[in-house]
Design a binder for this molecule. Structure first.
Ligand code: 1PX
Length: 215
């Protein structure tokens, strides 16, 4: 195998990243949140170029967050909670229409946050599906229930076409590099509650700050 280890997807890595996300007092560490997404992008990249437009957008958003984390105000970006406080307190977020802060951490993370809900729904369908379950249908159902409402028609159309090209359930489970189907299903059972918790904490935080509709 010529793919080096750090490029190869493994579900364990994503699981670990989302586990490390949660601090003792239920704050979410941005560094690990970003690492979780990086892991997921590796998976997306193994699926081929039809998924490139999705991966490209996600990578752009991850990079925006990484720049903020490594930038001069990086210490304000340790957790999602501190990011929200800092950006809101310093008027660094466009609240109603796009203006000077089109690449704020808050609006950028909100896009990934909405996608995290898709992930939770999709992985849960995958986990509970039967051997002949169709990944394309699971993916489309999860998408229509979550992310689709934020996307214009062209994106929904392109996403729908890409879903049809997803590998079947068995191949899909194999790319996760965990082991047998039963082992993947077990690991999904561990990962989904963590993803769900990170999602819920972020959702409540954004709701409290009226930031669920950032432009
Ligand atoms: C364990 C393995 C599970 C599979 C992991 C797959 C990771 C998928 C990562 C998807 C990340 C998508 C981020 C989308 C963010 C977004 O909504 N961006 C839109 C709005 O951004 P803007 O800056 O303009 O306000 C942007 O318009 C998006 C464009 C790209 C299309 C997004 C389609 C999303 C489909 C999600 C399903 C991915 C299917 C992967 C199949 C496994």
């Amino acid at each position: 195998d010529t793919v080096s280890d750090d490029q190869k997807f493994c579900l364990k890595e994503v699981l670990d990243a989302f586990r490390l996300c949660l601090s003792e007092n239920r704050e979410v560490y941005l560094q690990h949140y970003v690492a979780g997404w990086r892991g997921l992008i590796k998976f997306l990249n193994t699926l081929g170029s039809v998924f490139g437009f999705i991966s490209k957008d996600a990578v752009t958003k991850i990079q925006i967050l990484v720049h903020l984390l490594n930038g001069e105000n990086g210490s304000q970006y340790v957790t999602i909670q501190s990011m929200v406080k800092y950006e809101q307190g310093n008027e660094l977020v466009d609240l109603t229409k796009r203006g000077n802060n089109q690449e704020s951490g808050c609006r950028t993370l909100l896009r990934l946050h909405r996608a995290l809900r898709w992930l939770e729904l999709f992985l849960d369908r995958l986990r509970t599906s039967s051997e002949d379950g169709k990944t394309s249908v699971m993916c489309a159902d999860a998408y229509n229930e979550s992310l689709a409402k934020y996307h214009p028609w062209v994106i929904r159309k392109a996403a729908g076409m890409a879903f049809c090209l997803l590998p079947g359930r068995q191949a899909f489970l194999e790319i996760m590099n965990v082991g047998s189907s039963e082992q993947v299903v077990a690991m999904l059972g561990e990962a989904i509650p963590l993803i769900s918790e990170v999602y819920q904490i972020t959702e409540v935080l954004y709701a409290q700050h009226n930031m669920l509709d950032l432009p």
